[in-house]
Write a protein that binds this ligand. Sequence first.
Ligand code: 5RP
Length: 229
Amino acid sequence: MKTTGGSDDAKRRAGERAAEEATDGMVVGLGTGSTTAHAIRALGRAVDSGLDIRGIPTSFQSRQLAIEAGIPLTALDEVETVHLAIDGTDQFAGRHLIKGGGAAHTREKLVDSAAERFVVVADPSKQAEVLDHPVPVEVLPDAWTVVTEEIAAKVGGEATLREAERKDGPVVTDNGNLVLDCDFDEVRDPAMLALDLAAIPGVVEHGLFINLVDTVYVGTDDGVEEHQF
Ligand code: 5RP
């Protein structure tokens, strides 16, 4: 699993706090990343102790973790309601997020948006006054050069094709697509940028999550801060 900024203890506190929200009968969206992994493990321990939930994974990684943790799985098209989604973030400013550090933001957005309640787990390194992290954009494989040019010409950003580690060539998402990491410097109007990116042909999904989150749990050295929206 990739590692990101912030201590593992802080991530664990946030993940375990979010997992406490799951109650019997819930369908729970399972996000991706090292912080959500702590929530998935905590949910697995709770299932072991009798908690009756079903999980909807958002990636190959979260599916594998959930299987290892013993969480019964279902799928978005098999349920009427997703009661709770727990997911990580690369950066948050107020209620807006940038996600996709794990190249899973397309399925994450699908599941997180469908949930009645969406909670984010983070460490203090993820909090910002103004979003300025590169925005991951999943694109159809043969669209990457065209989308790169459109982003430079029409949206004012610099797109870089995400390269894989321990594989030659680019990262290929769970959906068989590529990822552009797009630098816009400071994102002063995330909602407008989200609309501009979504309008580019060839873009499958971008990593801006606008006004979706209900609570952000930030794990710290000695506790958990709650940001309610
Ligand atoms: C994956 C994501 C992750 O939630 C995000 O990258 C945060 O990961 P981590 O908890 O490892 O810092 O958006 O696509």
